[in-house]
Design a protein around this ligand. Structure first.
Ligand code: KG4
Ligand code: ZN
Length: 352
């Protein structure tokens, strides 16, 4: 089993309760974010400075550019999070930051800032797994959620199906074996010349296309809980090469339908197998209009509640980092200050 670097058996356990105030910092990719959350669920402020415009002209996120932008944004974003929350720095009980997965240079900016603040304020530092934080984002908007819950995380870097039996018990039940769903959207959009980020561009183009125009493959649909999108991407490229005059809108609509059929099909199977009462979506692809509508539809048919978090909670933010930190601090205590950043960090199963 892989070691979970966030479990610190030697740490002192501070009191963690409904009044505990945590400052969270997120810099794993192209958003500089800070937030203050009380008691793990009460968001007092959540500030996100996106770098999307800076990276759009390169057609993707440039790691070096991202790190520099995080450095510039860090102090103003943290200041604004504290002042919007109306909280003086001395009142913060713990300082948290994403330690992985993500871009190493970007992660180090947030981790260094959080550790420095923790040292200056003499408060615990809490290292947060970004993937774990996405789970708590779903709970932030639906505190009354019924477990077991199937969480479907679909972002530019990840596609995971996670069984959550309580806020402190979860494990991966399925994932992509190659490309993430968002990565497939971005690559196909780039090939079709629709721009970056590709997801919203395909979503828009698909509205004017026929989803039945081209029968793209639905890989592994009836085979376990893992998914694969690499073959679909290749099928799109091959089709366009063979039919250069094909309407881009039809390709976009047919591609999107194939991705959504796979994600919804797998989510239904996974939800059935864990006896889920709720399905929640998270990650940037959760903004996709067809995915949202189809997942709602499936939930209605199967008698399950479907949580569709707001755009702010689907995408990267620091409220979810501060919330995840609250549960971590309560479960495992503070993270040692010599703990570094982990670009390839996986979601480790948690049990009570
Ligand atoms: O979670 P996110 O903001 O960033 C990380 O990957 O961490 O996700 C970004 C991904 C991109 O691949 C983007 O193309 C995709 O989410 N995305 C969408 C839509 N909006 C964003 N994909 C499909 N449909 C959308 N409407
Ligand atoms: Zn994310």
């Amino acid at each position: 089993m892989t070691r979970d670097p966030l479990v610190n058996t030697a740490a002192a356990r501070p009191v963690v309760d409904e009044t505990t105030l945590i400052l969270g910092i997120e810099t794993s990719c192209d958003e500089t974010a800070a937030a203050v959350v009380m008691g793990g669920g009460d968001v007092l402020s959540s500030i996100v400075a996106t770098q999307l415009d800076i990276h759009a002209r390169f057609g993707g996120v440039v790691p070096e550019v991202a790190s520099r932008a995080h450095l510039e944004q860090m102090t103003p974003v943290v200041d604004e999070a504290l002042s919007r929350a109306g909280v003086a720095p001395e009142r913060i009980d713990a300082v948290a930051a994403t330690v992985g997965p993500g871009l190493i240079g970007a992660l180090l900016v947030g981790v260094s800032a959080a550790k420095s603040m923790a040292l200056v304020l003499d408060r615990p530092f809490v290292g947060v797994n970004h993937l774990e934080a996405h789970l708590y984002a779903a709970l932030l908007e639906a505190p009354d959620v019924e477990f077991p819950m199937l969480f479907v995380l679909v972002s530019g870097g990840h596609t995971l199906f996670v069984e959550m039996r309580s806020p402190d018990e979860f494990r991966i039940v399925g994932q992509t074996i190659d490309d993430a769903a968002g990565e497939a959207f971005d690559k196909v959009a780039r090939y079709l010349g629709l721009g970056f980020p590709g997801g919203p561009a395909i979503d828009a183009a698909a509205r004017n296309g026929d989803p039945r125009a081209i029968a793209f493959p639905r890989a592994m649909l009836h085979d376990g809980l893992d998914v694969s999108f690499s073959g679909l991407k290749t099928a799109v490229i091959n089709h366009v090469r063979r039919h250069p005059d094909v309407a881009s809108n039809d390709v976009a609509a047919s591609f999107q339908q194939a991705v959504v059929d796979v994600l919804v099909g797998k989510a239904r199977t996974a939800a059935q197998s864990i006896g889920a009462r709720t399905i929640a979506l998270g990650g940037g692809v959760a903004a996709n209009s067809l995915l949202r509508a189809s997942m709602l539809d499936a939930g209605e048919r199967d008698g399950r509640r479907v949580l569709l978090p707001s755009r702010e909670m689907c995408t990267d933010n620091a409220a979810m980092i501060a919330s995840a930190a609250w549960y971590r601090l309560r479960r495992d205590g503070a993270t040692p200050l010599d703990e570094g950043a982990h670009p390839q960090l996986k979601l480790a199963a948690q049990q009570r």
